[in-house]
Ligand binder design. Structure first.
Ligand code: KIV
Ligand code: ZN
Length: 527
């Protein structure tokens, strides 16, 4: 029977709702935190991609989360905007407040239901959990008709208790019931059985949407999500590039292409415009600084590359020999060569719009154009990836207190090096010289002298953005201070400058993070 949903109206039996949690579960992963501006940009790309529901954040977690949800609710049109809340009334009220401007909104509230989580983490009895479910869902329904309730650690929950908990949530007014595999423990058969049994046993189950939310600890998140749909779930939760806690969440681009490519076995409808997948994936990598691995399904650099002679021969004769979907269907285009030294402001602006930067201010475009011209003097051909790196960095630098003004480095063949760095700190130029084993070490020592701090350098990685000897180096630097982890990115045709930019970016993020107050109480931390 088809369901009449408060935000979607009548939903066809074979419709699968795509619930994106890139900005919430995805953003929770270490090093993936985003600023409010970055979240709004990502949210706009997700809306263009056509996700049905977008979980914009966890408003009670921090003032920045609240602000991000509010801004997305105000400006992003299309998807239902959801906000996560623990079962506490103050969390639910905070979500309701942040979601107020949204045209269509959903409050998502959760509590753990497995014996392990109830006893060890929540220190609550099963009866207290049932009462809390009733209270939290009832309260959420006061603010919106669209309420999702999640049984955290559902896949390790006693089935009888899970049915009681689900029944309580439905009676209290939940319209979506999410049964997460919070720790990525389930196998597809077990996960499907859980959905089949709960749907068969719980009164009112045919009036709500069941949702799958899987973590990828065993590499089974996509398989488990599709198995759940086979057992009647009609919403899949996931994130672009599969980002999320630990090994990540279900990669929504993989779900979408599995459904589109294997419609013979998966006769479901999804709303996503899959040609927008690559753009969203690249935007996320640009913002977070984490590229996907080359062999990542759908969005990896090698996903449609054919190296072996026998494969190339087959491809030339008929692409179907080795391609089960076309690269264009997920947004890959044959030419990514874009601009050069002689390209003018108009061509640059056109390129920005086609890369998803339509909302940039004139000042940001001007600043990016100046940097583009500078880069074009040093690099013959400028690719999409170069433009993206340049714009992302210009935007990040505009928000920071520290800016790299100048640097000179000398490295000797015995490994000793010296670097002199000038930073603008709160508008004032400061210079220092550092020494080290290699030029990067010397430059970082100089930065530490100009701006003293105790953060530890935990990760340093460097990759070429595109091909060729004049390619830009893209650096990621991870700093940690008092449990706060931040990643900074920088790029330049010079490796040492790229590394220094990344270090300065990480420092700016660390300063911003120090200023945020984290209001989570440990008992309610999400998995
Ligand atoms: O993994 C999980 O259980 C979650 C819930 C908060 C939905 O992320
Ligand atoms: Zn999760």
């Amino acid at each position: 029977m088809s369901i009449n949903h408060p935000n979607f109206g009548k939903i066809a039996d074979n419709q699968v709702i795509i619930f994106d949690t890139t900005l919430r579960d995805g953003e929770q992963a270490p090093g993936f935190s985003m600023t409010a501006d970055e979240k709004v940009r990502m949210a706009t790309a997700l809306a263009t991609l056509g996700v049905d529901v977008m979980e914009a954040g966890f408003p009670a977690a921090s003032p920045n989360d609240f602000e991000s949800v509010r801004r997305i609710a105000t400006s992003v049109i299309g998807p239902v905007i959801a906000a996560l809340s623990r079962a506490a009334p103050s969390d639910i009220e905070r979500s309701a407040e942040a979601l107020k401007p949204a045209r269509r909104r959903r409050i998502h509230t959760f509590i753990a239901t497995s014996e392990l989580h109830m006893a060890q983490k929540l220190r609550m009895s099963p009866e207290q959990v049932i009462e809390t479910i009733k209270g939290s869902v009832t309260l959420a329904r006061n603010f919106t008709d669209d309420v999702e309730w999640s049984a955290e650690d559902a896949s390790r929950t006693d089935l009888d208790f899970l049915c009681r908990a689900v029944e309580t949530a439905i009676r209290a007014g939940a319209t979506t019931i999410n049964l997460p595999d919070t720790v990525g423990y389930a196998l597809p058969g077990d996960y499907a059985n859980m959905f089949a049994l709960v749907r068969a046993r719980v009164p009112g189950a045919d009036q709500v949407i069941f949702s799958a939310h899987c973590h990828n600890d065993l590499g089974l998140a996509v398989a488990n999500s599709l198995a759940a749909v086979g057992a009647g779930a009609r919403q899949i939760e996931g994130a672009i590039n599969g980002i999320g806690e630990r090994a990540g969440n279900t990669a929504i681009e993989e779900v979408a292409m599995a459904v589109r490519t294997r419609s013979d076995s998966l006769p479901y409808r999804i709303n996503m415009d899959t040609r927008q997948i690559l753009k969203a994936s690249k935007l996320l990598s640009g913002i977070t600084g984490f590229d996907v691995q080359p062999n990542k399904a759908i969005v990896g650099r090698n996903a449609f590359a054919h190296e072996a002679g026998i494969h190339q021969d087959g491809m030339l004769k008929n692409a179907l020999t080795y391609e089960i979907m076309t690269p264009e269907s997920v947004g890959w285009s044959k030419s990514s060569l874009v601009l050069g030294k002689h390209s003018g402001r108009a061509a640059f602006k056109d390129k920005l719009v086609s890369l998803g930067y339509a909302e940039l201010s004139q000042a940001a475009i001007d600043e990016a154009f100046t940097r583009f011209k500078d880069l074009a003097d040093r690099k013959k051909t400028i690719y999409d990836e170069d433009v993206e790196a340049l714009v992302d960095e210009t935007a990040a630098e505009a928000q920071g207190r520290i800016h790299l003004v100048d640097m000179v480095a000398h490295a000797h063949s015995d490994g000793k090096a010296e670097a002199t760095v000038t930073l603008k700190v709160d508008g004032v130029d400061k210079t220092a010289t550092g020494h080290g084993d290699g030029a990067v070490h010397a430059a970082f020592t100089a930065i530490r002298t100009v701006f003293p701090h105790e953060a530890a350098l935990n990760l340093f990685s460097i990759n070429a953005i595109t091909e060729g000897a004049d390619a830009q180096a893209r650096t990621t630097v991870r700093l940690e201070e008092d449990g706060r982890i931040v990643d900074g990115q920088g790029s330049d045709t010079d490796t040492i400058v790229s590394a220094s930019r990344a270090y300065v970016h990480a420092l700016n993020k660390l300063i911003a993070k120090r200023e945020r107050t984290i209001q989570l109480s440990p008992a309610f931390l999400t998995a």
